[in-house]
Design a protein around this ligand. Sequence first.
Ligand code: ZN
Length: 377
Amino acid sequence: MNFLRKSYPLLRRSIVSKIPSHKPHSPSPPLFTRPIFNPNLHSTNKLFSIKRIPNPFSQRRRFYHSYEDEPEHWYHNFRAVLIVIVVSSGAILTIYFGRFETVPCTKRSHLILISPSFERFLGEDEFKELKKKFKDKILPANHPDSVRVSYIANRIIKALQRGLQHDKQLRSTSEVSSKATKKKVSVPQTNHLEGLNWEVLVVKDNSVNAFCLPGGKIVVYTGLLHHFKKNAEIATVLGHEVAHVTARHGAETITKNLWLAVIRIVFKLILLEFDMPDLVNEMSTFLLQLPFSRRMEIEADYIGLLLMASAGYDPHVAPRVYEKLGQINKDSALDDYTSTHPSSMRRVKMLSQAQVMERAVSVHKDAVAGHGVSGFL
Ligand SMILES: [Zn+2]
């Protein structure tokens, strides 16, 4: 027993000598990681084999560090999980409902998420609401302004339908030839234009404006008629509005807005600490929404030009209409960066391009000569 009592300090020193020197960067391990009992220390048989005693500190350090250094997985981060949910929801919707369609005339390819029938339903529903809203301001069908606008609109709609009929025949021929040559031909999307119940409303309002809702619902404000007296001028505006429906710009806007919302949510989550949701909204509008909108306007100008020409209206009038609209709205070159619509200068420049105007003039000549429409899709 006495031997054991004397040997205890020796044993302790031996153990301590095996303990590595103090490392300032190693924090002391938490209490619950410390071994409570080491049976080797109490075994006299192990007294002279002390080298084999495992170093308690190294064990503790290893245990402690493995707790501290464990890499954090992304799914432990609530924000990262939200971002993944939002992006994958957008992707699933796009994969399930989305499809690329070809715009008539321009052959541009765009992604569309909603079906033609749903798009038509949205347009018709909004038209019903507008009828309620403008109840007392809607001019009767026999009012001279209503008669005039309906006459011009009908000519444009008939031109569109003739073009569709012509291109249907052309398409079946091209499908046959593409099958023969095994070449993939992009066919413009026109199903949404079939069987539409076109309606025209003239609303007593000083706004210089007009629009066409999906489903073929045309609304014209009398303010526009006060500024544009010639039929060809009205035809320019109506051709542009009908072109928006022809190109499914409403459905394209809904699709883009869905992804814009996804991008906004993701950026807001990433920049959460900086608390600047307004900046995210403004930047995404400036960099994404407005450029898309301006591009659709330019496309509608072009398709509208061909529509008015094939309806028998002189396409040379169109650039002057956009110039005048720019003067009325007091637009500037800045609109090419900050507005939903391009500046009148840009619109005039695009329509006055030789190949654009030449095509429109050719369509117009055919229409006036009564040769029928050569197709414009
Ligand atoms: Zn427009």
